[in-house]
Design a protein around this ligand. Structure first.
Ligand code: SF4
Length: 402
């Protein structure tokens, strides 16, 4: 499918969740019910959606040992059953194109296996590590960076299995931040997740823990008051990193989930993956980012999709993201506008990409292009002249004492 055109005219918000994704019944509002009724194969999907041949082939391939399928009833309720181009459907229903290899495809695009420092522990930056607490998710997203291992078996990792990772962190005082991910750690039972967070809270130099989860999108019923209270109690500086990709995902149950997290004192941030035919137009992103901010959730990254094998049909060229950022700059406030990020292949780290707003540079003068297309000069202040009034000395008044 071709990429949708980038909107070049005025940006207007796209709609959020449709009527069909409205409030759920009491049974549907129980996350265990959602988990029990999750759709996992061709027969279930055939009953729920009018499938295309390409989808049938993709589902059969997934059932035969490919990246597994899981679609919660909540997510199914967001899908247009008649529209194969539905942006929610494109994220969760496999298609035949997953079998195609395209240039750039990698099995492990972020080089996580090469950067594993202990079982289930990945280090790519000096001050932070990634802890893979489970391989399970409520929904298997077709663009997943970890499709090589997610849903692969093993389920939630026990404390004993993670102990070498905890010991490695204890032995490395430069690690101040731990991202707990998977899989989706919020599909773990609270009784299994909480001890992991408490174990991290007991490591003095770990100042922050980030919980990376798509549960507020895919199974928002999981975000109960009881869970939020347990998370809040488990670690003093726990952040929740969610993953909304389309404004339709901001359904009433998801809105309640975000409100619960924030009301319990948990800061919530969102990273969106830029996906072809899902959110690669400015009006969709504008509605998503405005909707997140309205729900007290900060959109902090717009991620260029990682070159995961089998996702070529969902990825956009790099310049699409740059043009989208250009269209959104000035239309959205700073708190609603994320950074466009490329996570470099091989695990070399994230690189921010921005449109070029510098028209020319001359000594002491830079000409900038504003979001309206005007050119404006910024003149540097004169360089400070060295002299007796210089404040560069770090010595205490009175000079050296030894
Ligand atoms: S929830 Fe996250 S880890 Fe699970 S399939 Fe989706 S993107 Fe991958």
């Amino acid at each position: 499918m071709a990429s949708l055109p980038v909107v070049s005219g005025p940006v207007g918000p796209a709609p959020e969740a449709p009527a069909r994704a409205g409030d759920s019944t009491p049974a549907e509002d129980d996350w265990r019910w959602q988990a029990r009724h999750t759709l996992r194969g061709l027969d279930a999907l055939e009953r729920a959606l009018r499938l295309t041949d390409a989808e049938r082939e993709g589902i059969r391939r997934a059932e035969a040992g490919g990246f597994p399928i899981a679609i919660t009833p909540h997510t199914l309720g967001l899908i247009d059953p008649r529209d194969p181009a539905c942006p929610i459907r494109r994220q969760v229903v496999p298609v035949a194109a997953e079998a195609a290899e395209v240039p750039g495809d990698l099995r492990d695009p972020l080089g996580e296996e090469a950067h594993e420092v202990a079982p289930e522990l990945v280090r790519r930056y000096p001050d932070r590590v990634l802890l893979l607490a489970t391989d399970r998710c409520a929904v298997y997203c077709r663009f997943c960076t970890r499709s090589r291992m997610v849903g692969d078996g093993g389920g939630a990792r026990s404390l004993a299995r993670l102990e070498p990772a905890f010991r490695w962190i204890e032995a490395h005082p430069e690690i101040q931040d731990v991202i707990v991910s998977g899989g989706d750690p919020l599909v773990m039972a609270t009784s299994r997740l909480r001890p992991i967070l408490e174990r991290l809270a007991g490591i003095e130099h770990v100042l922050t823990v980030r919980l990376a989860t798509r549960a507020p999108v895919t199974i928002p019923q999981r975000v109960t008051d009881e869970l939020c209270a347990a998370l809040r109690a488990a670690h003093p500086a726990l952040w929740v990193m969610t993953h909304f990709n389309h404004p339709r995902e901001l359904a009433p149950a998801s809105t309640r989930a975000l409100a619960r997290l924030v009301d319990h004192g948990l800061p919530v941030m969102n990273q969106t993956v830029l996906l072809r035919g899902v959110n690669d137009d400015a009006s969709t992103l504008e509605a998503l980012f405005r909707g997140l901010v309205r729900r007290r959730t900060r959109p902090y990254y717009l991620l260029q999709a990682d070159p995961v094998r089998g996702t070529g049909h969902l990825r956009t060229p790099l310049d699409v993201g740059v043009r989208l950022m250009e269209q959104l700059q000035g239309r959205l406030s700073g708190i609603a506008l994320p950074k466009l990020i490329v996570d470099t292949p091989g695990g070399r780290g994230k690189v921010p990409i921005t449109p070029d707003y510098v028209v020319r540079r001359a000594p002491g003068r830079t000409t900038l292009r504003t979001f309206r297309g005007e050119q404006v000069d910024y003149v540097d202040p004169p360089a400070p002249s060295p002299g007796p009034s210089s404040t560069a000395s770090a010595e205490p008044p009175g000079g050296p004492t030894a």
